[in-house]
Design a protein. Sequence first.
Length: 176
Amino acid sequence: MKRFEHALEMFMFNSRWLLVPFYLGLVGGIVLLLIKFVKAFVDASSIVLYGEGGQALLGILTLVDITLVANLLIIIIFAGYENFVSKIDTGDSEDRPSWMGHVTFSDLKLKLIGSIVAISGIELLKYFINVKVVTDHELAWAVGIHLTLVFSGVMFALMDRISGIKHSDGESKDKH
């Protein structure tokens, strides 16, 4: 029976490799974002040269928005892979990001919601810049969604902090 249990546990442990296609798909998502970025860059270039100032700023904010989403995907790919599949062996590469290998699942959640709030903030800024063509209803929805995301981020951080305090208290009690 012990042999069966060990085989079952090894099977379940190795099933983590089923996540690899998901991470590869996210890498493909970055490629798609690169294509979208190039298109937005070409569009923004012509607007900066021939368009109005507000439109140029919207084009640049779109580039920032796409870049933030790509950065978010990198964080998810690296941290998710390292937390759930396997450590990434980069050798002694000086280019290895300092946060790699140190982002826990809890950190990943906070980075994720922080990035989503930043992206939402940029989208909201686009609404404010384009306020002449945006309806009050659309603006209200955008502000409401952004505030909901900000509130969610604060609640995530608060829950994480409370959870960390409880774990710290438990550890200190165990040590005494």
